[in-house]
Design a protein around this ligand. Structure first.
Ligand code: KIV
Ligand code: ZN
Length: 517
């Protein structure tokens, strides 16, 4: 096993495991935008999806493989030979590509999900990895539910994978069952008992809130790859959070002597904001490293200490993780060129018509808000990225009337493919009236499952940032909207979610294949 390496490989799986979080459904343009930012952040691998799961997944992986430069692009595959071939089809145009083959190895998974015995799992492992090696010499293998797999059997499966050509052995704590010292000991045991030239990797879920701790224990025990998601997204309670693992390695070299990543930490906050916006999963205020309170000091004693000397109460300098917002010199007289130029300087890559749509929103915002910050720009651009791709409904105008007397009423005019749809409705409050009007104009029936308002920056003219979750039959999606007015932001968020419902229904994007718990 290769532990002498001083480099800890960051394998980002936000677009695969992160996208498995309930209510997240990113389209190809949004996935590409996140992948471009991950490249800018400096991750080594982007796991772009599970190509066999749906046409949408396949297209997104292929688009990212063809477009994104820098990180290697990985795709997930079961051990079936046809899955492996399909995965390679999606990946083959990448600068560098990895096939990530997995199969369940715990008794409970083998009995209830795979319906295979140990001999079959061993044979599948060997065949799947060997097939992947015919396509690329970068092959990762994962025994799913490793932490609940009997040690002897796991060693046999991992040895078969190495024999068939796996170059990375990833140890998934699929259900977040591991405890740091126990997980570290498991990594050490594998390293000792499997000879060969491979890298050991961790993939930890957060069911007990230990995903970051377990990943670090794995690194200390010899793992040289960590699988992580931005903002700790992922199945159920999520995966180990990229920003936490990276910053722990950076801040405590005494605990990880000689080890480093290639992540440009100044990009962490922006990456977190982009992912939060496009997925509709807000970051909790007190989230380590990227939460908005991570560098706020409430008590007088702390404030005094930090003013006298930052390190009294801070172990991280906020600027090293991009948590100090830059002011942008753009105003209502700025032209399209200056706008595009500023986005480019900020490293915000906007593809196709999204630039025109974002510019129109910027002009509108500049009329209402004196100071436009980097976070404001990111917010409006992020909102426009997915909208243009599928020619969904756009909000042409919204009028609302309401107050403490009378019944609130809203009138919306929506555009779609050159046509207009409008409706007037009453509601239980101005926001509800706007939602009812959108429902009538679009004809999309959905239940509102969640509604959340926050502000993009501070100040009286801050942009309102609204996230809604809608449920329409089997489809659950989130939508996000920003505007200086909270009712408009809510209407935009609702419309954004309606467009996602339509997209999911049109593509029948119910997953053909599931990965497991
Ligand atoms: O959690 C898990 O086991 C996974 C595998 C597919 C690696 O996500
Ligand atoms: Zn996982």
């Amino acid at each position: 096993m290769n532990t002498s390496d001083s480099h800890v490989t960051i394998f980002d799986t936000t677009l695969r495991d992160g996208e498995q979080s309930p209510g997240i459904s990113l389209d190809a343009a949004e996935k590409l935008e996140i992948a471009e930012q991950l490249a800018r952040l400096g991750v080594d691998y982007i796991e772009a999806g599970f190509p066999v799961a749906s046409e949408g997944d396949f297209d997104a992986v292929r688009t990212i493989a063809r477009t994104v430069r820098g990180p290697a692009i990985a795709g997930l595959s079961r051990t079936n030979l046809s899955d492996v071939d399909r995965c390679w089809d999606a990946l083959k145009d990448a600068e560098r590509a990895r096939i990530h083959v997995f199969i369940s190895t715990s008794p409970v998974h083998m009995k209830h999900m795979l319906k295979m015995d140990e001999a079959q799992v061993l044979a599948e492992t060997h065949a799947g990895v060997a097939r992947a090696r015919e396509h690329t010499d970068d092959v990762e293998f994962s025994p799913q539910d490793a932490t609940r797999t009997p040690l002897d059997f796991m060693i046999a499966v991992l040895a078969a994978a190495v024999e068939a050509g796996a170059t990375t052995l990833n140890i998934p704590d699929t259900v977040g069952y591991g405890i740091p010292w126990d997980f570290g000991a498991l990594i050490q045991y594998i390293a000792k008992n499997i000879p060969g030239d491979y890298i050991l990797s961790t993939h930890c879920h957060d069911d007990l809130g230990l995903a970051t701790a377990n990943s670090l224990a794995g690194v200390q025990a010899g793992a040289r790859q960590v699988e992580v998601c931005v903002n700790g997204l992922g199945e159920r309670a999520g995966n180990a959070s990229l920003e936490e693992v990276v910053m722990a390695l950076a801040i405590r070299p005494d605990q990880f002597p000689g080890l480093s990543t290639r992540v440009r930490t100044e990009e962490l906050a922006r990456t977190s904001r982009l992912v939060a916006r496009l997925t509709g999963y807000p970051v909790q205020y007190n989230k380590a490293v990227v939460g908005r309170n991570a560098f706020q000091h409430e008590s007088g004693i702390h404030q005094h200490g930090v003013l006298a000397e930052r390190s009294t109460y801070e172990i991280i300098d906020a600027s090293t993780v991009g948590q100090i917002g830059r002011q942008i010199v753009l105003g209502k007289h700025s032209g399209r060129h200056a706008f595009a130029d500023t986005l480019a300087k900020l490293g915000i890559v906007v593809h196709g018509d999204a630039l025109n749509a974002a510019f129109a929103r910027f002009k509108d915002l500049a009329d209402r808000k004196v100071e436009i910050t980097e976070a404001d720009l990111e917010a409006i651009v992020a909102e426009e990225i997915g909208g243009v791709e599928e020619a969904g409904f756009t909000l042409e105008s919204l009028e609302v009337a309401g107050g403490t007397v009378g019944v609130p009423r809203a009138h919306v005019v929506l555009g779609r493919k050159g046509a207009k749809a409008e409706a007037t409705n009453e509601g239980n409050g101005m926001i509800d009236a706007a939602f009812q009007a959108i429902r009538s104009a679009t004809g999309v029936e959905a239940k509102l499952r969640d509604f959340n308002v926050s502000s993009v920056t501070g100040g009286a003219d801050a942009l309102a940032d609204v996230v809604v979750q809608l449920e329409a039959g089997a489809v659950r999606v989130s939508g996000r909207g920003v505007a200086t007015d909270v009712v408009e932001a809510a209407a935009r968020a609702y419309l954004n979610a309606v467009n996602r419902v339509l997209r999911a229904q049109a593509r029948a994007e119910v997953r053909k294949v599931e990965i497991g718990p």
